[in-house]
Write a protein that binds this ligand. Structure first.
Ligand code: UDP
Length: 249
């Protein structure tokens, strides 16, 4: 798969449609290996510069998509432009919508993450909205380390096609990687706040904002406590510009 590199991290160059096809082909295939999907945003890129483990997990994932507009911009600056932005929430919605048709049977999905009151709502909303999906189980994301083993067993007993892990980054990426050998699931995606969106607790930015690349600003206005996280953005821009300068010399 062709792709780009941003500050030492690999990003695959697929359109949203191609990414959906790639993941559903894996669900249909024989491989029992869990394919990990990382939806990369600038905050993760900045963190991975000082977190070797996170960088290694990203670089060994089965698919890395440019979730944030900043990542798309950075890849362009560094001479490896990608076809388009692939937002995690859209990737998930498209797989849920198309899965049954591609597989010729229901797409089996497990939801892990979000608050205890939210994840049942997300499961219910998925059942109502996507007739081809069977939600085979769900669990909230506020568990203790002692509960982890049991949760992995519950997921594996269902052997879902798709495991959506919304624990926040980088925890969700590290969690999938850590359990990858025991987890029986075809595809595992770190989805951040997507379960909150599916549950209708958080709304996505209107299309006009998204087209202008301002989804991050909309989310910040909805939830000002994200401001401290946003401070990674100027650092990200500086890091990309420094790397571009280094490459040009
Ligand atoms: N979350 C969780 N367990 C935790 C911490 C966070 O399940 O220990 C959930 C949280 O409820 C939310 C998601 O992880 O649903 C993180 O959402 P956020 O908006 O931070 O992620 P983003 O989409 O920005 O990556």
């Amino acid at each position: 798969m062709s792709g780009g590199t941003i500050l030492g991290l690999r990003v695959d160059n697929l359109t949203l449609t191609q990414a959906v096809e790639f993941l559903l082909a894996h669900c249909r295939g024989e491989s029992q290996e869990l394919l990990q999907v990382v939806t990369l945003n600038p905050e993760m890129v900045v963190r991975a510069q000082r977190d070797e483990k996170l960088a290694a997990v990203i670089n060994s994932a089965g698919l890395v998509v440019p979730d944030g507009i900043g990542v798309v911009w950075g890849l362009g600056q560094l001479g490896t432009p990608v076809l388009e932005r692939v937002p995690g929430v859209e990737l998930v919605e498209r797989i849920l919508a198309q899965g049954a048709e591609t597989l010729g049977r229901a797409l089996r999905v497990f939801l892990l993450g979000a608050a205890p009151a939210v994840v049942p709502e997300a499961a219910q909303a998925v059942r109502e909205k996507f007739s081809g999906v069977e939600v085979v189980g769900f669990h909230h994301g506020y568990f203790t380390p002692a509960e982890e083993k049991k949760i992995v067993q519950v997921i594996s007993a269902q052997a879902p096609d798709l495991l959506l892990v919304g624990l926040g980054s980088p925890y969700q990426e590290l969690w999938i990687d850590y359990h990858r050998n025991e987890l029986k699931a075809k595809v595992g995606i770190g989805v951040g706040g997507t379960l909150d969106v599916l549950a209708g607790r958080v709304s996505r930015a209107p299309l006009g904002w998204r087209k202008l690349g301002l989804e991050w600003l909309y989310r910040l206005l909805q939830n000002p406590s994200r401001l401290s996280r946003m401070l990674a953005l100027p650092r990200f821009v500086l890091m990309v510009m420094a790397e571009k300068y280094r490459k040009q010399r």
